[in-house]
Design a protein around this ligand. Structure first.
Ligand code: FES
Ligand code: FES
Length: 156
């Protein structure tokens, strides 16, 4: 099968790869780019752990054909750190014990990023809606919601 050339921006860096037709973005990121931060959970759109931002919008990379991101900007957890420092959301997740095994955390952080960009001061209800596509199998969601609230604009 012939390969399809694909170029896009990955966390602010131009990348060029070849994909098989039908390859999903999750596989392209993990196996061809080497970005292991988007996780494979269900592979069918039900868990959110593969969440990434495409042109700033939240998407499930397991349900996104890699070819469709040609020329677009893809953001993953791998691009979230600020030099040697954690992003404030990552710091807040640590401070609020918002992760146990951590498998869902990359997707949670991407969903939280998308939410806070479009709504910098969400209510608790809006946080719940913003993360309703992301499942955590380990913990209660309280720490996750508290971490996001702590990062809302104006939060003390
Ligand atoms: S792995 Fe994509 S939604 Fe579960
Ligand atoms: S912390 Fe384990 S799945 Fe969420």
């Amino acid at each position: 099968m012939s390969k399809i050339p694909l170029q896009f921006r990955h966390n602010g860096r131009d990348v060029a790869i070849f994909v098989d037709g039908g390859t999903n973005l999750l596989v392209a990121l993990r196996e061809l780019i080497g970005d292991m931060t988007p996780k494979f959970g269900c592979g069918q759109g039900g868990c959110g752990t593969c969440s990434v931002l495409i042109d700033g919008e939240l998407h499930l990379s397991c349900l996104t054909l890699a070819e469709t991101v040609a020329g677009r900007a893809v953001e993953t957890l791998d691009g979230m750190k600020q030099g040697p420092n954690l992003h404030p959301l990552q710091r807040a997740f640590a401070d609020h014990f918002a992760a146990q095994c951590g498998y869902c955390t990359p997707g949670m952080l991407m969903a939280a990023t998308a939410l806070l960009r479009r709504n910098p001061k969400p209510t608790l209800e809006e946080i719940k809606v913003g993360l309703d596509g992301n499942l955590c199998r380990c913990t209660g969601y309280t720490g996750i919601f508290e971490a996001i609230q702590a990062c809302a604009v104006g939060a003390k």
